[in-house]
Design a protein around this ligand. Structure first.
Ligand SMILES: Cc1ncc(COP(=O)(O)O)c(C=O)c1O
Length: 340
């Protein structure tokens, strides 16, 4: 009877909903850094221009691929400030779509450089489209509870070989998700760091079937709309005290709300928030030695609170959260709060 080769009956697995693949046409890797390494390993690329303001894992991907990496700075609109205006045939530019808020910068770059010279790192911009660049890379685990995973969309000019070996690490990396679900973020944090570290120094492998299935179980439309709605709530209240005025376009789906507070001890505020079980990311302390003091990148790396806008919050809770942040900032000694 069963010539479908599907299993029928027996014990149950996880009861996961099915929303379909996020990017069905993508090449699926175990991480975004592996996807990037796979791109850079393709013949014909000898130099990649990367922003100095990026995490080390991105620069290491170039190293692992045996490609020369040169770094560039950013102007106040986060557009590259010191890139050569023309590139050699074997050079590419990698640009990070920062915080999911820089799609207009990506569009500007597309008018400045040939698409085949561009790699767009959408690790922080999961919903930003691929527009024919050489490569566009995504890291869905930064937007929802997933153990790992990286996606690559690429132009036909890039002859990529799909990896044949499947990543076997997802089971172990599930630990932090299970700890967060059954215990708390605090109790899962060490496992989260272990999972993240375990993605280092691996050759490109194909995404595990577990991660693929988990990606299909997420309602990405809801993720997208909640993030935009939450961002709108927070931006309306906090933009007046923010050193950068974020104005998301219709294409932008934010990773977080970066609140740039020049001259305020942001590390102390972060520590205070952590004590209240409010966890905020830092992007990226490892980049600091590469950044010019006083630059916009240095302000982002050390003077910025990256406030959550994710789908776990709805706009009503977001209002309460923003009020808490405002009250806390207003309670700072006046010499520190002057900046607002
Ligand atoms: C901008 C950017 N690109 C790429 C990566 C690497 O992503 P993954 O952890 O999926 O390898 C990161 C990771 O932190 C990142 O911040």
């Amino acid at each position: 009877m069963n010539n479908l080769r599907e299993e029928i009956g027996g014990y149950f697995g996880l009861d996961l909903p099915e929303y379909g693949a996020l990017y069905p046409q993508a090449v699926h890797y175990q991480s975004a850094r592996s996807a990037l390494r796979a791109v850079l390993e393709c013949q014909g690329i000898h130099r990649v221009w990367m922003p100095a303001y990026v995490c080390d894992s991105v620069l290491r991907a170039a190293d692992a691929a045996g490609i020369e990496a040169r770094t560039y700075g950013l102007d106040n609109s986060l557009y590259p400030s010191d890139l050569p205006s023309t590139l050699l045939d074997d050079e590419v530019v990698l640009y990070v779509n920062y915080f999911g808020l820089c799609q207009s910068v990506v569009k500007r770059l597309q008018t400045q450089y040939l698409l085949e010279h561009l790699i767009i790192d959408n690790s922080q911009a999961l919903f930003a489209p691929h527009n024919g660049e050489l490569a566009t890379i995504y890291s869905p685990r930064k937007f929802a509870g997933l153990p790992d995973g990286g996606l690559l969309l690429h132009s036909s000019r890039l002859s990529i070989t799909v990896p044949s070996v499947e990543d076997q690490g997802s089971f172990e990396r599930m630990k932090y998700l299970l700890l967060r679900t059954s215990c708390s973020a605090r109790e899962g944090y060490a496992a989260f760091q272990e999972a993240r570290n375990s993605l280092q120094n691996l050759p490109p492998m194909t995404m595990s079937r577990l991660t693929r299935r988990l990606i299909r179980s997420i309602d990405w439309q809801q993720v997208r709309s909640r993030r935009r709605d939450n961002f709108a709530v927070i931006a309306q209240r906090l933009n007046p005290m923010n050193a950068i005025q974020w104005l998301p376009t219709d294409d932008d789906v934010p990773l977080c709300y970066p609140l740039v507070l020049r001259g305020i001890d942001v590390a102390a505020i972060k520590a205070h928030l952590t004590a209240q079980n409010i966890f905020t990311a830092t992007y990226w302390p490892d980049a600091l030695p590469r950044l010019k003091p006083g630059s916009i990148e240095a302000a982002l790396a050390q003077d910025t609170l990256f406030l959550p806008v994710d789908q776990r919050l709805d706009p009503t809770r977001m209002e309460i959260f923003v009020q808490y942040i405002l009250d806390m900032l207003r309670s700072l000694p006046s010499d520190r709060a002057d900046q607002s």
